[in-house]
Design a protein around this ligand. Structure first.
Ligand SMILES: *[C@@H]1O[C@H](CO)[C@@H](O)[C@H](O)[C@H]1NC(C)=O
Ligand SMILES: *[C@@H]1O[C@H](CO)[C@@H](O)[C@H](O)[C@H]1NC(C)=O
Length: 340
């Protein structure tokens, strides 16, 4: 064990993970004075150290472990410097670290996750990547897994207090961040782009993830939409809309998502609406609805697949030109690792 540790030292800051069922303990050592000492291993086992194009050094962890198997204790001891590595850090982490937060999206040209059709990227960037990049480098993680409480379309902005998300960081080499460091992480994400912002960022345990998904359906959401009508808008149209309360609608799975969602009819409730006049053919519609309502389809009707719809209610051709999520599902934030 010690030998393995020692060679990690020579590789300058590698980590020795001790896996338990839930926790991973990483012990970091560094010992720059003896870094070059690793080279003697190459004479013991030249086959063990082969250059590969994606590795900076031939002294990878696997190669060192392999070479150590081939060298005797006596030879090992006589070849290495007799000094003790400097103990650097000890961190305890779930073998997957989770960070939670909420995001705002201010762009109508940014998908939530990379938009790839037939292996070809259709749009630059994504919410997921903008949040993940700074986290990956701070946690020194191998990868990530992003999930969120619902999602918005590419052309929909998410305003208000933001949409809850979880970012699983796979095999992180760092997991402990104090409050100031988490705030700084958030600042880095905020500053990296003007298309998104993150708030309430925190590092949590795995069961918090379940809580984010819990009760999603019972929640309500607020939206703001820019509506076009074929007919000229009158005051009585605006009053008519404002008087609609607790309207039950049936929504067949929208045509635009049918390729990834099963065909079903879902009942949703429009709790309330209000409309403010912009010009003869445009008004702004505020909606307060059950979470999971397909707003675009409620407005244009999706070829009669959503009933009733705003077209039918207003007895005019209407269309939705812009949509913003004003307030997302509210989820109480879970405890942080610091509270454990
Ligand atoms: C990512 O998350 C999904 C859903 O929670 C899960 O099924 C999958 O195994 C995760 N992937 C990794 C690499 O952890
Ligand atoms: C990041 O942006 C959000 C949304 O504007 C703001 O609430 C939060 O305070 C910002 N955080 C930092 C650390 O800059």
């Amino acid at each position: 064990m010690w030998r393995i540790t020692y060679c990690h030292v020579m590789m300058n800051m590698l980590y020795l993970p001790i896996r338990m069922i839930l926790f991973e303990v990483s012990v970091g050592f560094t010992h720059p004075e003896t870094e070059a000492d690793c080279h003697f291993l190459a004479t013991t086992c030249s086959d063990c150290f082969k250059p590969t194009k994606n590795k900076a050094s031939v002294f990878t962890r696997m190669a060192v472990v392999k070479a150590l198997d081939k060298i005797s204790d006596a030879k090992f001891l006589s070849s290495v410097a007799d000094s003790i590595p400097l103990f650097l850090s000890l961190s305890v982490c779930l073998s997957v670290c989770l960070s939670l937060g909420r995001y705002n999206k201010f762009s109508r040209e940014l998908p939530q996750t990379p938009w790839v059709i037939d292996g070809e990227r259709r749009m630059e960037g994504s919410v997921e990547e903008l949040i993940a990049d700074p986290l990956l480098s701070s946690f020194r993680a191998d990868g990530f897994n992003f999930s969120s409480s619902g999602r918005e379309d590419v052309d929909v902005r998410t305003l208000g207090n933001g949409r809850p998300f979880a970012m699983e960081l796979l095999n992180p080499h760092r997991a402990k961040f104090n409050g100031a460091e988490v705030r700084q992480l958030q600042e880095v994400i905020n500053a990296s782009s003007d298309k998104i912002r993150v708030r309430d960022l925190q590092i949590v345990t795995r069961d918090a993830m379940g809580r984010m998904k819990e009760g999603e359906e019972e929640k309500t959401k607020s939206y703001s939409a820019l509506i076009w009508t074929k007919k000229a808008i009158t005051n009585s149209d605006l009053d008519f809309i404002a008087n609609i309360k607790e309207l039950k609608i049936d929504q067949k799975t929208p045509l635009r998502v049918l390729h990834r969602r099963p065909l079903a009819v879902r009942q949703r409730v429009i709790h309330s609406m209000s409309a403010s006049y912009l010009d003869t053919h445009h008004f702004r519609l505020q909606l307060h609805t059950q979470a999971g309502t397909y707003i675009k389809e409620f407005v244009h009707g999706d070829f009669g697949r959503t009933k009733p719809n705003l077209c039918a209610l207003m007895e005019s051709e209407v269309d939705i030109l812009e949509l913003d999520v004003e307030d997302s599902v509210y989820v109480p934030l879970p405890t942080t690792l610091d509270d454990l």
